[in-house]
Design a protein around this ligand. Structure first.
Ligand code: ATP
Ligand code: MG
Length: 556
């Protein structure tokens, strides 16, 4: 669809309205605010595509802001991985910023709030504070420390900052209304004590600001016009506005708006859960090709285009929903079909001997690299007397609906000749050892003869045994057996893990043009699917991951 014809999503409508009401277009500014406590996942891609997409549409800057207010969970390694993933997806941020850049500013504003009688130090522990919160239908109760003098609050808050108290001994709270119908407005916590070194500010701070206090103020400092977040923050919106109102002097007053999180079938998405998959060794790291992380999808062979296209097709919504993972797989196929060179690979090989083909002869057959892309050109495939085909592509006899090789029937070897099954050699247990066939020398593909145009049912992929190279092929299945492993009653999501999500095949034989394939290179293996070279590849061993099969073969 062209940009013009696409209908506006509800967030774009909000922006259009703001522009119509006088907001100058050059004041539009967005941000993507990841917490560096894990790797980005396909859900984050929705938010990235949304924010950077708005940036593109309105020619407005988009900041990358790391929301780094919890040193207990955050790491520089996550910052680096997040930057790499966003850049790989093809987006350029305007400024790279950190909530921790604003710690001084936030502290000064907190002092101002204390001075105005709008914040106080509470000596109670978190449990007591939670008990006093009330319920949505019952008002909360005031803390006994709520009416401390400004002087006492200033002195205690300073001591909190200087590290006089232990973790959890004091908090700074906003003084709003303990009977407010919105629970988030009942004297929310602004600061907590945490004696933990921060990856950027070191040991300078012994107190760290809470999300609600930090986020809107950071948006205001950066002059973000539209601060887009996920639905769970909708009830926080009055608090977001209240906090911004306390410090607002001039300029843009940022507007928080919400959309539904992206959920994907057959996986979990929260970083906390993904971290458990890594820590409890259900997968081999954050970039395991079964993970819904951007790095996992990249290693699996997904292209940035397919992820962006998926995000745009799935769109954004106002209500919680689950997107079918089949749509993501479809996006990968659609893009890879256009760009992936075709190659032949036999995963479960059995020898096929062409009895009437001259011993020792080798022919180089021309094969199109990509029928979807003329510019991709041709390659040469060696053909000889002894070949490999898939074990599954042969049966001694079969009914008329079987379009693969049987005795006395013809099939075409792709880019090569028509062959006819003649006999099969078996071991004492009846297992097939090798197949014998004859070929029609006049039937060579593309040779222009009558025989070459002869239609036979069934075309098989193959490789020449003498020229084939070995490889390890990793075939993946879904990591979870249940469509919605998350949030099921009395069951941990790990109970739904598919025990057979990885199948490693070491018997594979590939056409020799793949010898120099490099990590990250993508191919379509004829009839088998799309594959990518894995970084585990070494000079001794090629390793491929299957990205997706050619067709959706998932059986429910
Ligand atoms: P998680 O629970 O996975 O840790 P989060 O919301 O805590 O998610 P952040 O790093 O804080 O993760 O998120 C950065 C931005 O990405 C936020 O604006 C957040 O709303 C958005 N985001 C996170 N998960 C999703 C998702 N599943 N779908 C859409 N947006 C998301
Ligand atoms: Mg978070």
């Amino acid at each position: 669809m062209s940009e013009e014809k696409k209908s506006l999503n509800f967030l774009e409508q909000i922006i259009e309205e703001d522009l119509a009401n006088g907001l100058p277009q050059n004041k539009l500014r967005f941000r993507f605010p990841p917490e560096p406590n894990g790797y980005l996942h396909i859900g984050h891609a929705a938010s990235i595509c949304l924010n950077f997409g708005l940036g593109k549409r309105y020619n407005a800057p988009v900041n990358l802001r790391f929301d780094d207010t919890n040193p207990a969970k955050e790491e520089q390694a996550y910052v680096d991985a997040i930057k790499k993933d966003i850049a790989w997806l093809g987006f350029k941020w305007d400024k790279e910023l950190y909530s921790s850049d604003y710690f001084d500013n936030l502290y000064q504003w907190a002092i101002m709030m204390i001075n105005k009688g709008l914040a106080y130090v509470d000596d109670q522990d978190s449990e007591t504070i939670a008990q006093q919160k009330g319920t949505p239908t019952e008002p909360g109760t005031n803390s006994p420390f709520r009416d401390r003098s400004v002087e006492e609050n200033l002195s205690l808050f300073k001591q909190m900052k200087e590290g006089v108290f232990k973790d959890g001994e004091r908090v700074l709270r906003a003084k709003i209304d303990m009977a407010h119908p919105n629970m988030h407005m009942r004297d929310p916590i602004m600061y907590r004590i945490l004696h933990k070194a921060h990856q950027r500010t070191g040991t300078e701070w012994k107190i760290y600001p809470m999300y609600d206090w930090t986020h809107g103020e950071s948006d205001y400092l950066e002059q973000i016009s539209h601060s887009i977040c996920t639905l769970e923050f909708k009830p926080h919106r009055p608090l977001y506005d209240w906090f911004v109102d306390q410090v607002y002097t001039d300029g843009i007053k940022p507007k928080q708006r919400e959309f539904a999180r992206r959920n994907l079938s057959y996986t979990v998405m929260s970083k906390r859960k993904l971290l458990r998959l890594v820590q409890e060794n259900y997968v081999n790291g954050w970039d395991d090709p079964r993970m819904p992380t951007i790095s996992g999808l990249r290693r699996r062979g997904y292209t940035p285009e397919s992820i962006v296209n998926f995000s745009e097709t799935a769109g954004i919504s106002k209500r919680e929903n689950i997107t079918d993972v089949a749509l993501l797989e479809f996006s990968a196929r659609e893009h890879l079909n256009k760009i992936a060179p075709r190659r032949m690979a036999v995963l479960n090989p059995i020898k096929l001997i062409i009895d009437n083909y001259p011993e020792g002869q080798v022919e180089y057959l021309s094969a199109e690299n990509n029928p979807e892309d003329e510019s991709a050109g041709y390659r040469e495939l060696p053909f000889s007397k002894v070949l490999y085909i898939e074990r599954d592509d042969f049966k001694e006899s079969a009914n008329r609906k079987y379009f693969r090789l049987t005795l006395d029937k013809e099939v075409r070897l792709k880019n090569a000749y028509i062959i006819k099954g003649q006999s099969v050699v078996k071991d004492a247990d009846g297992n097939f050892l090798e197949i014998h066939a004859t070929y029609d020398p006049l039937s060579k593909s593309g040779s222009g003869t009558e025989e070459s145009k002869r239609k036979v049912k069934g075309t098989l992929h193959w490789v020449s045994a003498k020229h084939a190279i070995p490889a390890e092929i990793r075939i993946y299945d879904r990591l979870f057996l249940d469509e919605a492993p998350d949030g099921q009653k009395d069951k941990d999501f790990t109970e739904f893990i598919n025990p057979d999500s990885l199948h490693i095949d070491n018997k594979a034989k590939l056409e020799p043009s793949l010898t120099d394939a490099k990590p990250g290179e993508q191919f379509q293996f004829t009839r088998l699917g799309y594959f990518v070279v894995d970084p585990d590849t070494s000079p001794e061993k090629l390793v491929f991951n299957r990205t997706v099969s050619l067709r959706d073969n998932w059986k429910k």
